[in-house]
Design a protein around this ligand. Structure first.
Ligand code: AP5
Ligand code: MG
Length: 281
């Protein structure tokens, strides 16, 4: 079994010297498939962990930045991306890491990871845990390095992913969006996205200023390949079976709050108030 507890608990909340992009810069060798990608990443991390520990030994833990780690949970199409973009506007000290957006970027750029992940995504299946864990820890590390709060959207999605995350960071705030399934199925058919930024539009709810074009860049909007009704149903089933147990997992830790409703605009003011209470800025 792969060990994800690469960093000691004492230093795990602190900055790491390597800022890592979605395709990790530390990989000198080119992986040929998903499992090679994971094993190369782990090997590379393990070989540098001694240097990290040495440099962190001198760190006064009281000097650690006061960043918080936050998750947004919810069904596919439940408004995680929509609520995240509202949060980013009101809480500028927040860094958004969306696993779906990162994977779609790999698919667009036709990286080896993207080509293999696409098959899972198009079927509505989850990408294997070990790949997602590596990918997120790499991306979160660069977010942590920026000293910002971290907002994870789409991760964790399995208990295994949640445990791996726990071994590296303390999740302090979890927003759970509870939206009826009927509402979701209607909305997804109407969703258009700007692939480069991940901005989300909906012709009945938040249409773009100009039909088919992103408000900020003017570039074309597209529909996601996994938004076909059959695939959406499969994604919803996977959520019920594999992801929904995370609600209990975080509720037991006392860090989760559920927000129910059908309208993101009505839900959001309550989310905002709660985040302020939780000390986010
Ligand atoms: P991902 O991109 O994370 O997809 P998802 O969880 O299925 O969620 P969505 O992005 O579809 O929905 P959302 O909740 O962000 O809703 P949105 O704001 O867009 O993941 C895609 C795939 O990648 C997965 O299926 C899997 O294969 C893989 N993957 C990702 N992470 C993984 C992981 N950790 N492990 C394994 N595999 C992983 O809103 C939906 C629509 O509703 C929009 O059109 C929006 O405009 C509209 N809307 C929002 N609010 C309202 C409102 N009030 N009224 C009307 N419309 C509204
Ligand atoms: Mg999303």
């Amino acid at each position: 079994m792969m060990t994800m507890n690469i960093f000691s608990r004492a230093i795990r909340r602190h900055k790491f010297p390597t800022a890592v992009s979605p395709w990790p810069q530390f990989l000198n060798e080119q992986p040929n498939n998903l499992s090679e990608y994971v094993s190369l990443s782990v090997r590379s991390f393990n070989s540098t962990s001694m240097d990290r520990s040495a440099s962190m030994a001198d760190t006064d833990l009281n000097d650690l930045p006061n960043e918080k780690f936050m998750l947004i949970l919810g069904k596919p199409g439940g408004g995680k991306g929509t609520i995240s973009s509202k949060i980013l506007k009101d809480f500028p000290g927040m860094e958004h890491v969306s696993t779906g957006d990162i994977l779609r970027q790999h698919v667009r750029e036709e990286t080896k990871l993207g080509k293999e992940a696409k098959a899972y995504m198009d079927r509505g299946d989850l990408v294997p845990d070990e790949v997602m864990i590596r990918l997120v820890l790499d991306d979160s590390m660069s977010a942590i390095d920026s000293g910002k709060h971290l907002l994870l959207d789409g991760f964790p999605r399995t208990i295994e992913q949640a445990i791996a995350l726990d071994e590296n960071i303390d999740v302090e705030v979890v927003v759970d969006l509870n939206i009826p399934t009927e509402t979701i199925v209607e909305r997804i058919a109407d969703r258009w996205i700007h692939p480069a930024s991940g901005r989300v539009y909906n012709y009945s709810y938040n249409p773009p200023l100009h039909h088919g074009k992103d408000d900020e860049s003017g570039e074309d909007l597209v529909q996601r390949d996994d938004d076909k009704p059959k695939t959406v149903r499969k994604r919803l089933e996977a959520y019920d079976k594999v992801t929904s147990p995370l609600i209990q997992y975080y509720a037991k830790k006392g860090v989760l709050k559920t927000f129910s409703g059908t309208m993101s605009d009505k839900i959001y003011p309550d989310v905002k108030e709660w985040l302020k209470k939780m000390g986010l800025n």
